[in-house]
Unconditional design. Structure first.
Length: 425
């Protein structure tokens, strides 16, 4: 090899020309062996180039082909950028300030401390809350990331759709009497007893189990049955499929049929709304963005539900009511104005040309009616959100630096109250 910039005759290897010829001869959509061998761009680089073609910003995969994160340096420090395919749990674990943190701080510094420093969790999730959360989550996935949904999940059978099957323990005992079998024992024992004599009897629990075997896999169901038998409570077989010991064996995750139907109705409702459907076209779902705050130096992060190729963001929210009057109060209470401002601000810091004061919220109601509304904020609300965001981010930085987390006031004495006159005068 010569000492100059180029190859000399002595250092030249004819295989280089073969590789170059192979590269030049390839079809534009075909990856050549030369590329695969690392002589030129690798497959990921070519795919990245295709994704970014014509974009006014640059998207980077969250992870390199060797599994190393592109969003962190060798010392674990965050690298600013726009990242695709970052797992949700990884995003939430990033050491940066999110809109959720800003909204929590807006309540009071003490609220922020409780949530993100003390990390005391007093939440209780009942079955109805779980159903509501799941339906919204799955609707979100169907709308924004539908690829592979039916490879990941399956709908459990709904008992109401199997009216001719045996459901209750009392019905099982009656069937045992009819077959002249012993009527004592648990529900599982009665089912096994009946099916040993007549495997064709339609028993809903057995139909559900066979359905789970077909979808989740025999190994997963057998392990779930083991977990169920060892449980001190009365979990359903479907619940046991979500057990930590069973999850690695599950081919598809079960979804409650009511939740499944709610999610699909919500997705359909949004797609049938002409403007909402137009917004959710020609773009990217779940891009994670990291930027540095120019005022404080702290790292900021946002995760766009949807970002179109021109840099226009959108957010999808399932809600109990899409009534515009109720939504106005809800948006104010939940700090959605702060979210809208922060997302577009951080996006612009990272190089995304997010338009000023444009952030449509696609609100989908599905519990009592199937309604989709698209909401946008008034200019004066954007102005308030901008002022409040910058005030909160500076104050939050000071609280972090000084480890000082006051409540609603900094008073160390009494606070005088002026009571509302309504109902008193």
């Amino acid at each position: 090899m010569g000492a100059g910039l180029f190859l000399t005759d002595d250092g030249f290897d004819a295989s280089h020309m073969d590789a170059i010829d192979a590269f030049l001869a390839q079809d534009a959509t075909t990856i050549s062996n030369a590329v695969r061998s690392g002589l030129f761009l690798d497959e990921q680089s070519i795919e990245n180039a295709k994704v970014n073609e014509g974009l006014p910003f640059t998207i980077t995969p969250a992870y390199a082909r060797n599994g190393q994160p592109n969003f962190q340096d060798s010392e674990g420090n965050l690298i600013t950028g726009i990242y695709s395919d970052m797992p949700n749990e990884v995003y939430h674990a990033l050491p940066a300030i999110s809109s959720s943190k800003v909204k929590k701080f807006a309540k009071s510094p003490a609220h922020y401390k409780r949530a993100y420093i003390d990390k005391i969790d007093r939440k209780r999730t009942n079955r109805q809350q779980e159903h509501t959360f799941d339906a919204g989550t799955y609707a979100h996935e169907l709308l924004l990331e539908p690829d592979g949904f039916y490879d990941r999940y399956f709908r459990l059978l709904n008992a109401t759709e199997h009216e001719n099957s045996i459901h209750s323990t009392e019905e099982l005992r009656e069937k045992c009497k009819e077959l002249k079998l012993t009527v004592s024992g648990s529900k599982a024992v009665l089912i096994e007893r009946i099916l040993q004599i007549n495997p064709t009897v339609a028993i809903f629990d057995n139909e559900q189990k066979l359905h789970m075997i077909a979808q989740a896999g025999l190994a997963a169901v057998e392990k779930a049955l083991e977990v169920q038998s060892n449980s001190t409570g009365r979990p359903t077989l479907a619940d046991c499929l979500k057990h930590e010991d069973v999850k690695p064996l599950v081919k598809k995750t079960p979804i409650d049929p009511v939740v499944w139907d709610d999610a699909h109705r919500a997705e359909k409702t949004a797609r049938e709304h002409e403007w909402a459907d137009e917004i959710l076209q020609n773009g990217f779902a779940e891009l994670s963005v990291i930027a540095q705050c120019p005022e404080t130096g702290i790292m900021l992060k946002v995760r766009f539900d949807w970002l179109n190729r021109n840099g226009v963001p959108a957010d999808v929210k399932t809600t109990r009511s899409a009534n515009p009057i109720q939504a106005a109060y809800q948006f104010g209470d939940l700090g959605y104005d702060l979210q809208a401002y922060m997302y577009t601000y951080v996006g612009r810091l990272a190089g995304i040309p997010c338009p000023e004061r444009v952030f449509p919220f696609i609100a989908i109601e599905y519990l009592d009616a199937d309604i989709c509304e698209v909401f946008e904020l008034m200019d004066d609300d954007w102005e308030i959100a901008e002022r409040n965001f910058h005030k909160h981010i500076v104050n939050l930085h000071e609280c972090i630096e000084n480890d000082d987390w006051p409540g609603y006031t900094r008073q160390h004495r009494s606070t005088l109250l002026r009571l509302p006159k309504r109902g008193r005068v």
